[in-house]
Write a protein that binds this ligand. Structure first.
Ligand SMILES: Nc1ncnc2c1ncn2[C@@H]1O[C@H](COP(=O)(O)OP(=O)(O)OP(=O)(O)O)[C@@H](O)[C@H]1O
Length: 350
């Protein structure tokens, strides 16, 4: 088996320019992703969690080059994606797919399910004969647990859960290796969320898929993930095997997230996490550790210096000065677990 990680992300940055004034001059930048690095091994699920606005979606999109990174590198199956033109990316696109939060918004309402599922084959010139395409599409709806009659119908005729099954079917049509699922269940009724999660888990096993699973629901992330990355204001502050992260969270932000109570978000079919205090604006992040204004353990040093990511052994990393003493005694980082300084760059953000 190929032991190179399927995905390698190094010091990835996505900065959005902010314009202002009558002339629309660039006034600053939202550092949505600000120096992120991690590996994803073949067949694993990397969960990505954090509060709204911390940069999860932007990270997922930048990995697939659906938004252009400002800096950094993304390597897919050993090939560097960041300097490739859209044309050069095309054969790789087939192998990397995105599952959206809102399947309705991502499905063309004027196309039948059959047309929606045949489209990826047409775009990539695959399964050329109608017989072959028909077989592939029939197999897809079966695998998604949808009836064959669904093929002749339109997206609006389905429930939210069924629409997400169609969205997943389209993403998996060309048998990708990597799937980035961005909050794939948060727009769905609680009653169908578990079904969709179980479908994703079953499909992963049946098709040998590798997932990046973005979510704010920590229970779901624990259930699906091999390892979990916790994001705060554009950076990964903790990364660890799921069992280790949930048993012994090392970063005060992760500890706060795990003890936060999900509360209903009026107007949205989702809950949000309530960590005491407000996340700072990514336009003007605090100096030092970005979490220090909300951190119950903040020390003088945290106001001045941004902590590097300390390797704590067993593939557990935390970007917090409290972890420094343990890091000195910890064994060296696992080869594909990233290395200190790769996860969160020590820098003087401010
Ligand atoms: N196209 C854009 N232009 C400018 N700013 C953007 C753009 N897209 C995202 N942002 C900003 O980047 C930051 C990160 O947004 P992002 O959607 O990645 O966060 P998120 O963690 O996925 O949040 P949510 O869970 O609410 O989707 C936010 O401050 C957001 O306002």
């Amino acid at each position: 088996m190929n032991s190179t990680p399927l995905l390698q992300v190094r010091d990835l940055q996505v900065h959005f320019p902010v314009r202002g004034g009558v002339l629309g001059r660039v006034r600053g930048a939202v550092k949505a992703v600000d120096g992120v690095g991690f590996d994803v091994r073949r067949g694993e699920t990397l969960g990505v969690v954090g509060e709204s606005g911390c940069g999860k979606s932007t990270l997922g999109r930048a990995v697939l080059r659906l938004v252009e990174p400002t800096a950094g590198a993304v390597c897919f199956d050993g090939q560097e994606l960041t300097g490739l033109s859209q044309r050069q990316l095309r054969p790789l696109r087939r192998r990397m797919q995105f599952v959206f939060q809102d399947p309705y918004a991502s499905l063309n309402p004027r196309m039948t399910v059959r047309e929606i599922l045949e489209e990826p084959f047409a775009i990539h010139g695959l399964a050329r004969g109608p017989g072959e395409r028909e077989r592939e599409v029939a197999e897809l709806v079966d695998a998604m647990g949808l009836p064959r009659e669904a093929l002749a119908r339109y997206p609006h005729e389905f429930s939210g859960g069924q629409r997400q099954r169609i969205g997943i079917a389209r993403a998996l049509a060309l048998r990708p290796d990597l799937v980035v699922a961005d909050e794939p269940i948060s727009a769905l009724d609680v009653s169908v969320q578990a079904q969709i999660v179980n479908l994703l888990v079953d499909l992963q096993q049946a098709r040998g898929l590798t997932y990046v699973f973005i979510a704010h629901d920590l229970n779901i992330v624990e259930y699906v993930s091999t390892r979990v990355a916790v994001m705060y204001l554009g950076r990964i502050v903790e990364l660890a095997p799921a069992a280790s992260l949930y048993r012994q969270p090392r970063h005060p932000y992760t500890q706060a997230l795990l003890s936060a109570v999900p509360v209903p978000d009026p107007g949205h079919a989702r809950t949000r996490l309530l960590v005491p205090g407000e996340p700072p604006s990514p336009l003007a992040p605090p100096p030092g550790c970005a979490f220090h204004p909300r951190c119950p353990h903040a020390m003088e040093r945290c106001r001045r210096e941004s902590p590097p990511s300390y390797a704590l052994g067993g593939g557990h990393f935390a970007a917090c000065f409290l972890a420094e003493a343990d890091a000195r005694e910890a064994p060296a980082a696992a080869p594909s677990g990233g290395s200190p300084g790769v996860l969160a760059q020590p820098s003087s953000s401010g």
